[in-house]
Write a new protein. Structure first.
Length: 291
């Protein structure tokens, strides 16, 4: 056993001696080309790649297909016809396949979309964002009007505990800056006569609401301030001066209850006239509705 093992260990290096590079004393390095050449010769396939026959068959080209024979073109004997004969087979109005029933909560037509091309792209049965905004705005206005009508029925300025003094000697100053103080307002109106009381109206949080009441000692001074102080600049803003109408005018209601005098800035403005030579582009025509 030992002798056989020794012979095998000695024969193993002799197998690679032929792959050594020629050199002085036979001490050259390993020759890769000689090893590859020997591997190809050992396979003995005769192919330059040295691959075995099983792999070479996978890369062989298939035989070329022959030309088709006995192919006949089928002829259609039926005559060509139009669509008029089949129009009656199409679905029409009232057919659920053509016109499905409308949803109960579907908004009325014409529909409103932020994207003007959307009606041509999709049919929406639900409420759009624009329609929801319009509906909520309309609902808020109706609720505000209803609430104002209810409060107007019980409105009585004479029962307000915060209102005091002679109404025929009092003026109201509106469009005030929020930085105006009682002392500043008193000093501005004392040039028309002695001021008895100044009250800047505030909200529940104590913040000024932009208007105040000024009561004079004499009625003549109030009339002078009413005529001369309107449009006066206080703290960088031009104020609006008017008489106290709540207790002096019968059936008077403030603006928050649907009354008031209003102002030109609050009225609806007329549309601007187009300039000469301007081209007015027409809006896209809406698609036909299902109503």
């Amino acid at each position: 056993m030992r002798r056989g093992g020794g012979c095998a260990s000695m024969a193993q290096p002799e197998r690679f001696d032929r792959f050594k590079k020629p050199g002085a004393g036979g001490g050259g390095g390993f020759s890769r080309q000689a090893a590859v050449k020997a591997l190809k010769e050992s396979v003995q396939t005769g192919h330059k790649t040295g691959l075995p026959p099983a792999l070479l068959t996978l890369f062989q080209a298939r035989a070329q297909l022959g030309l088709p024979v006995d192919l006949k073109k089928t002829t259609i004997n039926q005559p060509y016809t139009g669509l008029s004969a089949y129009v009656k087979e199409f679905a029409g109005e009232g057919d659920p396949e053509y016109q499905p029933p409308k949803a109960e909560d579907r908004p009325p037509s014409p529909r409103l979309f932020r994207n003007r091309e959307l009606p041509w792209q999709v049919r929406l049965e639900t409420e759009t964002k624009t329609e929801k905004k319009i509906r909520l705005t309309k609902w808020k206005l109706e609720e505000a009007e209803r609430e104002a009508r209810e409060k107007a029925k019980t409105y009585d300025p004479n029962k307000d505990p915060k209102i005091e003094g002679d109404p025929y000697k009092t003026i109201i100053v509106s469009r005030l800056s929020y930085d105006v103080t009682d002392k500043k307002l008193r000093r501005e109106f004392e040039e028309y006569g002695p001021v008895k009381r100044v009250r800047i109206v505030t909200d529940k949080a104590g913040k000024p609401r932009g208007y105040a009441f000024v009561e004079f000692e004499h009625k003549a001074d109030m009339k002078e301030a009413y005529k001369a102080a309107d449009g006066k600049k206080i703290e960088g803003r031009r104020v609006l001066v008017d008489v106290e109408r709540g207790r002096t005018v019968e059936n008077w209601k403030p603006r928050r209850l649907g009354g008031g005098l209003g102002a030109p800035g609050r009225e609806a403005k007329l549309p601007k006239k187009p300039k000469a030579g301007a081209v007015v582009l027409p809006l896209p025509v809406a698609p036909p509705t299902e109503d």
